[in-house]
Design a binder for this molecule. Structure first.
Ligand code: NAD
Length: 262
């Protein structure tokens, strides 16, 4: 199937590692021109080189923190200059910190609001007018299966990712007549540095080994394993493609069947 993504200008944020990097690679393999960003310049440059090595094609990388509005404006301007007006935007970011009702501070709520909701809103507002003008565009948000199944001790993620869904669905309806499709991908447990770090922390805080913690997670997933980042990226690339032309306003779990409510 021809996904129709060759030479499309794609912006994937938070893409020096994990799901973002795998997504950038997925688009490169379709012949798209890809812009990536992350906060750390050294990791970002290493990711750009790795992506070019693995996927070939054109990768433009710019250091940017998605919680900084001025850096977002500079990022979009640079992406437009490097690869043409952004036609596919993948809103990705790091996740909010864990915590429950008694431990989360006002500052953490405010920071997580900026990271999870406002970064996507601001970036989308920057690229949307041009997408509407040309009558074609894709906005795809990376969320979590916690929007289907709230996770213990993840109060910030469980709350703010639902705000993203509300915004995305409303926006999808508002822009549907201009050829811009807005969808959200909701990964379950995925093999990235984030998950390795989380398992290390949990192991250090208990007597359990990393291997036993991983096995207990996998035991709750019907497919019996965590996802690879590529398996999440595959769905993002599909949603950006012409093959997904009748999909907008959706939130798709890619979680091996883990969410109990879909
Ligand atoms: P990761 O830690 O492997 O990679 C995160 C990337 O985001 C890195 O490139 C990092 O540099 C970048 N980043 C973080 N904060 C940033 C900021 N403020 N500005 C710019 N870049 C920033 O994480 P991941 O596992 O790939 O997760 C990506 C997203 O998917 C997160 O929101 C995470 O919560 C969500 N998610 C992950 C899983 C999982 O199991 N891995 C499951 C559900 C949801």
């Amino acid at each position: 199937m021809d996904f129709g993504l060759k030479d499309r200008s794609v912006l994937v944020t938070a893409a020096s590692k994990g799901i973002g990097k795998a997504t950038a690679l997925g688009f490169l393999r379709e012949g798209a021109r890809v812009t990536i960003c992350a906060r750390d310049a050294v990791t970002l440059e290493a990711a750009r080189d790795e992506l070019i090595g693995a996927g070939g094609g054109q990768v433009f990388a710019l250091q940017a923190d998605v919680t900084e509005p001025e850096q977002l404006a500079a990022l979009v301007e640079a992406a437009n200059a490097a690869h043409g007006q952004v036609e596919v935007l993948v809103n990705n970011a790091g996740g909010p910190p864990p915590g429950d009702h008694s431990s989360i501070t006002d500052a953490q709520w405010a920071q997580s609001f900026e990271l999870t909701l406002q970064s996507a809103v601001r970036l989308t507002n920057l690229v949307l007018p041009e997408m509407q003008k040309v009558g074609w565009g894709r906005v795809i948000n990376i969320s979590s299966y916690s929007v289907k199944q709230p996770l213990d001790n993840m109060m910030l993620s469980n709350s703010l990712r639902l705000a993203v869904l509300g915004w995305a669905k409303t926006l999808a309806n508002e822009v549907a007549d201009s050829g811009v499709l807005v969808n959200t991908v909701c990964p379950g447990w995925t093999d990235t540095d984030r998950v390795s770090g989380m398992l290390q922390q949990r192991s250090a805080a208990s007597c359990a080994t990393i291997e036993s913690l991983r096995k207990s997670i996998e035991a709750k997933i019907p497919l019996g394993r965590v996802a690879s980042a590529e398996e999440i990226a595959n769905v993002v690339v599909f949603l950006a493609s012409n093959a997904a032309s009748y999909m907008t306003g959706t939130a798709i779990a890619v979680d091996g069947g883990a969410a109990q409510v879909v």
